[in-house]
Design a protein around this ligand. Sequence first.
Ligand SMILES: NC(=O)c1ccc[n+]([C@@H]2O[C@H](COP(=O)([O-])OP(=O)(O)OC[C@H]3O[C@@H](n4cnc5c(N)ncnc54)[C@H](O)[C@@H]3O)[C@@H](O)[C@H]2O)c1
Length: 261
Amino acid sequence: MKVDLTNQVALVTGAARGIGRAIADQLAANGARVVYADLDFATAKAAAAHAPNASALAMDVSSDAQVEAGVAQIIKEQGHLDILVNNAGVNTIKHRVNIDQFPLEEWQRILSVDLTGLFLVSRAASRHMVERKSGRIVNISSVLGVVPARLQCAFTTAKAGVVQLTRTMAIELAPSNILVNCVAPGSTLTEGTKQLFYSQDAIMQERAQRMLSHVPLNRPGTVEEIAHAVLFFAAPESSYITGQTLCVDGGWTAGGFFRDF
Ligand SMILES: NC(=O)c1ccc[n+]([C@@H]2O[C@H](COP(=O)([O-])OP(=O)(O)OC[C@H]3O[C@@H](n4cnc5c(N)ncnc54)[C@H](O)[C@@H]3O)[C@@H](O)[C@H]2O)c1
């Protein structure tokens, strides 16, 4: 897919690696001046160095002060901000337990990045976009924000919040010509999830197999497949779509019990 994002400035959070990096790379390859923002500044800087017209920014999305300063810096240096991709996210590996055992600190850590962080960056960016009467915001949720799963109550709740916040932002910001949409990835191959899908460990292999049994295409997605969906929402041609969530999930949410029984 090729679109023209020349003269547009894009901010991608969590862009140092994984899905965020693929999104940032895709936007840059289509002409945008991309700011790779991440907690991990050194890796974000290294990623941005591979892209044309790109720069890196140290930003913890859960810190209101860092978000406000970061967005102000982009506008000062680049003149404007046209596209925001809220990708930064965390989940729990250690605490895969039901709600009765779920630690409050872990709940707060996940919600503060996956939902409050997305709110903070959207708030700062949309203030500027409202003034300009133009903008695109693409939020990254998860299929688990659309259908629930056990043992991840904080993540599923935060990601469901992202779907609803997308709709709320869409109706609030439509009069200012700002379009807000959401991409909900299914299982996607990143450095982190490769350990699950290609592990030699029998328990991990069994877990990966169980996860793939929900996926009609019977494989995880690639980061490029997620990035293409984001590019679609950022493209000038997608000018009559707002408030939508697109599941890029190999068919996972098309039907939970698709296998013969
Ligand atoms: N990989 C999957 O299978 C999958 C599935 C569904 C949804 N998602 C979502 O896609 C997004 C990206 O996932 P990924 O797998 O590429 O993750 P990842 O862990 O590979 O990368 C996440 C990036 O976000 C950064 N980050 C974490 N906390 C941050 C913070 N407070 N402020 C700024 N940056 C921060 C990390 O440093 C890292 O570079 C997340 O929102 C995730 O929930 C991923």
